[in-house]
Write a protein that binds this ligand. Sequence first.
Ligand SMILES: Cc1cc2nc3c(=O)[nH]c(=O)nc-3n(C[C@H](O)[C@H](O)[C@H](O)COP(=O)(O)OP(=O)(O)OC[C@H]3O[C@@H](n4cnc5c(N)ncnc54)[C@H](O)[C@@H]3O)c2cc1C
Length: 393
Amino acid sequence: MKLEVGAVTVSVVDEHSEIRRLAAQVAEEVYAPMAEELDVTRTPISLEERRRLGELGFLGITHPERFGGAGAPLSQALAVIEEFAKVCRPAAFQIFESNTGPAQVINHLGTEEQRERLLPDIITGDRTMAVAISEPDAGSAATDARTTARPVGDGYVVNGAKRWISNGGEADHYLVYARLSDAPGAKGIGALVVDKTMPGVSFGVPERLMGFRGIPSADVIFDDVLVPKENVVVPAGEFSSLFGAFSIERMGNATMSLAIGQAALDKTLAYVQQREQFGKHLVEFQSIQMMVADMVLQVEAARLLVERAANSGKDGIPDPLQVSLAKCTANEMAKKVTDLAIQVHGGNGYTEEYGLERLHRDSHGWAIAGGTPSMQRIRIVSEVLGRRFDQRR
Ligand SMILES: Cc1cc2nc3c(=O)[nH]c(=O)nc-3n(C[C@H](O)[C@H](O)[C@H](O)COP(=O)(O)OP(=O)(O)OC[C@H]3O[C@@H](n4cnc5c(N)ncnc54)[C@H](O)[C@@H]3O)c2cc1C
C-alpha cells in the first residue's frame, strides 16, 4: 500500500496504473476546475465535454472493440471512474453510466442489432442512456413496479412513471424496467429501450437533491408511448438476468464511494500536516491520529473488497455476494470518512471552498442509489446462507 499526499493512489496490486495516471491527469487538469461550478449551478457536463471523454476512450473501456470500445476488463473502467470521481463526480458519472450502467446491460443482454444501433454513439459520447427502475411506490421493492409495456401490433405501448432517474431529461435513451406480461411480481418484469424523442415521453421538474448536483435527476413519465418490438432487451421472466447485469452498475457505484472516501482522506492527510494549533501541527495530537487511522482503515478495507468483487464472477458479471459486500462497505465508508474529514478540518471543513461538504453530500446519494446498504445486507445473508428471504411474508 502506498499513500502519497496529492499523488495518484495506486495500490500494490493495481494492473491499470498507466490508464489510472492518464485519467487522473485529465480529470485534474480539465474537469476538476469545473466541479464546484457544476455543483453550485446544478448543471451536468456539456455535450462537448462528454465527447471529449469519448475521444479519450474513457466511455468505451469495457465495450467491445467492434463498436469503438477497448474491450478491457471492468477493473480498468473502475480505476478510471475512481480518478475522475475524486475530483469531478459529474464527469465521472458519464464514465460510470457508459461503462457500468445501462449500456452494459445492452452489451451483455441485448441483441446484436441493439448493440450496433446503440453502443457506438454512447462510446463516442454523442448519446447517453439512463436506467429507469424506481417508481414512486417501488424503490427497494423494485419488483412492485407498475409501469406496463403491453404488446400492440408490432410493438409495445408503455405507460407509467419512473422516479429518481439520474440523467432524467438529459439522456437520449432509457432502459426501462416494465411489466411486459401479466405474470405477478418479478416474473412479469422485463426491460426495453425508450427514446427521449418518442411521442408520449415527458419529464418531471428537476429534483433538488442534497448532492449529485451536476447529475440531473427527474421523473420520467410514459403516456401511451409506442415502442418497436426491436427495443425489447429482456423479455418478461428474465428479471434475474437483469439484476445479474445490475451487479456491474453496483461496482461502478461502489467505486464512486471509494473515490469519495479516498479524496476526503487525501485532503485530510495534507491538512493535518499543515494546520497548526497550540503551536504544533494537528497530526501531532493523538486523537487526530486515531481519526486519521480510522479513515485509512475504512478506505483500505473498502478498496480491497471493491478490487476483489471486480475480479469475481464469470462472463463479465461479478459475483453478487462480493458486489454487495463491496457496495455496502464502500457506501458506508464514504459517509463516515467524509464526516471525519469535515471534523478534522474544523471550520474549514464546513465551507464549500474545501470541497468536503460536497463529498459528504454526494456520499449519501451513492449509498441510496443502486440499492441501500440495508438491501445489500439482506442480499449478503441470502447469498451466504444460499436461501431467499421473502420481504413480503
Ligand atoms: C441520488 C440517487 C440516484 C438514483 N438514481 C436512480 C436511477 O438512475 N434509476 C433508478 O431507477 N433509480 C434511481 N434511484 C432510486 C434508488 O434506487 C432508490 O431510491 C432506492 O432503491 C431506495 O428506494 P426508495 O428511495 O423508494 O426507499 P425505500 O425503498 O422506501 O426505503 C426507505 C428505507 O427503508 C429501508 N427498507 C426498505 N425495505 C426494506 C426491507 N425489506 N428491510 C429493511 N429495510 C428496508 C431502506 O433501506 C431505506 O433505508 C436513485 C436514488 C438516489 C437517491
